[in-house]
Design a protein around this ligand. Sequence first.
Ligand code: CO8
Length: 261
Amino acid sequence: ATSARYENILVDSPKPGVGLITLNRPRALNALSSALFAELNNALTEFDHDSTTGAIVLTGSEKAFAAGADIKEMKDLTFSDVTNINFIASWSSTIPHIRKPIIAAVNGHAHGGGCELALMADILYCSSSASFSQPEIKLGIIPGAGGSQRLTNIVGKSRAMDLILTGRSFSGVEAERWGVAARCFESAEECVNGAVDTAGKMAGMSRVAVRAAKEVVNKSQDLGLREGVEYERKTFHGLFGSKDQKIGTLLALTWPYTQAD
Ligand code: CO8
């Protein structure tokens, strides 16, 4: 992976098996433009296809994960413009098809589309300095990349209404308390390092099992309990056809794997 052909992002591999994408439009606090999303979608797809990568970390700077959609790009668009080009549809079309785990490491501002982008990740880590919001209501619009759905699924209807209808911010500490973030770290550096460590652990697991685990957890968001549990069992059965299952269960018989972290 190389950053050379990108203008809005940096790509790197900070440890074996881990792909790191850093949003890099510092002068606009990583505001999300169509150009940035084209690059992000491209980099994610490349890491997904790259056999040496097992998991992906997506981050921004210490000051901003992303301060939302680029207001300058949006301001003159009319209703016909946005429906004709199906505005921002392509922004959220790639991420749900990425099969490797994506961990968002959120520091600083994550507003509007930036908050929605973080919510699209499989796992969200943040630091206590993170500030999240869905401020669209203040611009006379509403969340447009899944915020009203994903945030509501996590925090519940009442809290989602409270946030989305006022546009108020919530902190990294609140994000962890409400289950928006899996972990809240004290500093930006610890947050990114923590995400890279977790990605490294996942990259060391059976690839086929990690892919299946991500898929079944995501199904829980779309399917009812009975169908979801059935889907899980079929996928579980399928894994008995993998070599990793044979090796993994054999190792589990001989190795005190539960104590080794
Ligand atoms: N778009 C374009 N430029 C931006 C944006 C943005 N969203 N946010 C910040 N910038 C630019 C500023 O214009 C400024 O540029 P310049 O120096 O040229 O004037 C530079 O970044 C630095 O910003 P500030 O000086 O304002 O920095 P502060 O530290 O004082 O404030 C804030 C930081 C509070 C984050 C402030 O910049 C702010 O309120 N930004 C706008 C946040 C916002 O309303 N975002 C929501 C946009 S709506 C949206 O995202 C719709 C979602 C659509 C779906 C997206 C799909 C993923």
